[in-house]
Design a protein around this ligand. Structure first.
Ligand SMILES: Cc1cc2nc3c(=O)[nH]c(=O)nc-3n(C[C@H](O)[C@H](O)[C@H](O)COP(=O)(O)O)c2cc1C
Length: 168
C-alpha cells in the first residue's frame, strides 16, 4: 500500500475511537496514525493517501485543531492525493449543521487539487441541512455516536471495504 495515514486528534474522544476501529479493520501495518493536534505541512504532504477525522463542533465548524491548520491547507498543492473523510456529529442535537465539518474540509481540500473518496449514503439519517451532502451523498463517513451508535459496527467495515477498492 502507498504511504497512508489516519490523521485525527489523539485527544479527541469518539473521533479517536473510530480511528482505532478503522486501523484495526484495515488490518494493514502500512497505515500510520498521526496526531492532528501537531500536524505540519511536511507530515501531511508525506502521505499519498489520507483519512482525516473531522468531527463537527461549534454549530457547524471545524474543531480548533483543524481550524488552525486551514491557512496551511490553503497553501498546499494536493494534486494526486486521495483523501477520505470521516466525521462525528449529532443529528438530533444539531440538525441544521449535521456533519458540516466534512463538507468544509472536503471543499478546502478539493480547492487544492485533492480527490475526495469514500462518499456514503445519507439513507437512514434524519437532519435538516448539512454541508457534508452533495448529490444526496455524504462526502465521507458520517458517524453519530449519540443517536445511532449501534450502526457503527456495520458502517466502519463497509467504508473500509469501499476504501480498499480505491486506495492503492
Ligand atoms: C459544543 C458542541 C457543538 C457541536 N456542534 C455540532 C454541530 O454543529 N453539528 C454536528 O453534527 N455535531 C455537533 N456536535 C456533536 C459532536 O460532533 C459529537 O458529539 C462528536 O461525537 C464529538 O466528537 P469528539 O468527542 O471526538 O470531538 C457538537 C457537540 C458539542 C459539544
Amino acid at each position: 500500500m502507498k504511504k497512508t495515514a489516519i490523521i485525527y486528534s489523539f485527544n479527541s474522544n469518539k473521533t479517536a475511537k473510530i480511528a482505532e476501529q478503522l486501523k484495526s479493520t484495515f488490518n494493514n501495518d502500512a497505515i500510520e496514525l498521526v496526531n492532528a493536534e501537531d500536524i505540519s505541512v511536511s507530515t501531511f504532504l508525506a502521505y499519498e493517501q489520507l483519512i482525516l477525522g473531522v468531527p463537527t463542533w461549534f454549530d457547524g465548524e471545524l474543531p480548533n485543531y483543524w481550524d488552525e491548520f486551514v491557512p496551511e491547507i490553503e497553501d498546499m498543492d494536493l494534486k494526486g492525493k486521495l483523501i477520505a473523510l470521516y466525521g462525528l456529529g449529532d443529528q438530533k442535537g444539531y440538525p441544521e449543521n449535521y456533519q458540516d465539518a466534512i463538507g468544509i474540509m472536503a471543499e478546502l481540500l478539493e480547492a487544492q487539487g485533492a480527490e475526495i473518496v469514500g462518499f456514503t449514503s445519507t439513507e437512514g439519517y434524519v437532519f435538516e441541512s448539512s454541508r457534508a451532502v452533495r448529490d444526496n451523498l455524504f462526502l465521507g463517513l458520517a458517524i453519530d455516536f449519540e443517536n445511532q451508535g449501534s450502526k457503527i459496527k456495520t458502517l466502519v467495515p463497509a467504508w473500509v471495504e469501499s476504501l480498499k477498492k480505491v486506495f492503492k
